[in-house]
Design a protein around this ligand. Structure first.
Ligand SMILES: C[S@@+](CC[C@H](N)C(=O)[O-])C[C@H]1O[C@@H](n2cnc3c(N)ncnc32)[C@H](O)[C@@H]1O
Length: 349
């Protein structure tokens, strides 16, 4: 799929956490000129845009914090919510065929974001589009896809588009993830770090050293130690027994402030911080600890958002962190609830 085809996009669909809709709309309107709100669904909205390629460039320049997924749409049709819509979807698919290259590996991502019941499911729509494309000898594969054919269903209209999967902010429809809760998982927080590592493209190798601030009950420490990383886990609360027993985990049963005063001797490759505390305080502690971060080291932290003044709080956090670190990225990820995840990279000295 050639990005030049973005010039054919009439607009785009964004998906987000409903609670943060106003924050995302502010970000979009402030950074993308000429947007018009066209339609709205459960946790998604459609905008028209004069130049979708400019939106993609803007996302690449700096993340939109509250955006979980985006796809362009080249076609739109009216729907009834019954199986009679299928012929309309097939027609729309014909409409985007000129933009699909035979060498593309496609994934069909269908999502019902309507506020009313439909007579079909996401899975049925995905099967429909997949079978129509396969009939025309296109390669459709979940694993190695580079191109997304995305269909989003609102109450009265459906929107279909094609895009490079890498431009969608998530390689899952609507940014929705389904990590499976195996017996090996300590707590849901483990999914947060797994998602963050993927989104921020964090590469780790065996033998690295990590500091985990606010480590209990131990999900993040567990995730890191399973990858062969030595973890100093700091939290006054208890860690899960199976985590404490791991050879490459040391639990410091104290606050991060106490640890900073007494124990820090190591240079760390990674510092993670999921402490439940005021964002300003949490950032001050991290900035102080950054003395112990190796050149090229990285930090991952969550900021627990206040009820009011969220944007201002994030702006302050970004400013303080930017004075200390080279790269600062902030995103609300799928597994974040009332928080955002921040990724920072140490300055090269
Ligand atoms: C959301 S939990 C962390 C979950 C953890 N990341 C995991 O994967 O299991 C927040 C933790 O922050 C810890 N915490 C709060 N204030 C702290 C402080 N000053 N120093 C260290 N830990 C603190 C709490 O004890 C709590 O266990």
């Amino acid at each position: 799929m050639n990005r030049e085809n973005y010039s054919e996009a009439q607009g785009f669909i964004v998906t987000y956490k409903s609670l943060n809709e106003p924050l995302l709309f502010n970000e979009l309107n402030g950074r993308c000129p000429g947007l018009k709100l066209l339609d709205r669904g459960e946790d998604s909205a459609a905008f028209t845009v004069p130049d979708y390629a400019a939106v993609v460039s803007e996302i690449r320049r700096e993340d939109f914090i509250f955006l979980q997924h985006i796809h362009p749409f080249m076609c739109k049709c009216e729907i009834t919510g019954s199986a009679s819509d299928f012929s309309e979807f097939a027609k729309m698919l014909e409409g985007i065929r000129p933009y699909v290259a035979k060498e593309d590996t496609l994934t069909c991502q269908c999502r019902i974001a309507a506020r009313r019941m439909m007579e079909y499911s996401n899975g049925e729509l995905t099967n429909l589009l997949t079978s129509l494309l396969e009939k025309e000898n296109y390669t459709v594969s979940l694993q190695d896809a580079d191109t997304a054919v995305s269909l989003t269903i609102f109450d009265h209209f459906a929107y279909l588009g094609i895009s490079c999967l890498a431009d969608n902010c998530s390689d899952r429809a609507g940014g929705v993830l389904f990590y499976s809760k195996t017996d090996d998982i300590i707590c849901r927080a483990e999914f947060k770090i797994e998602e963050a590592f993927k989104v921020f493209d964090v590469n780790v190798t065996k033998g690295m050293k990590a500091l985990d601030l606010g480590a209990a009950p131990g999900g993040w420490t567990h995730y890191l130690s399973k990858r062969g990383i030595f973890v100093d886990a700091v939290d006054p609360a208890e860690l899960n027994e199976s985590v404490v027993r791991r050879e490459n985990v040391a639990h410091y049963k104290m606050t991060a402030q106490e640890f900073a005063e007494k124990y820090v001797e190591n240079a760390y490759d990674i510092i993670v911080n999921d402490m439940k505390m005021d964002t300003n305080e949490s950032i001050d502690i991290l900035c102080d600890m950054s003395r112990h971060l190796k050149t090229n080291g990285i930090c991952l932290l969550t900021l627990k958002l206040p009820k009011q003044g969220v944007q201002k709080r994030i702006n302050v956090a970004r400013k303080v962190l930017s004075s200390k670190f080279e790269i600062v990225r902030v995103r609300q990820l799928y597994y974040n609830r009332s928080e955002v995840t921040v990724f920072v990279k140490n300055k090269l000295s």
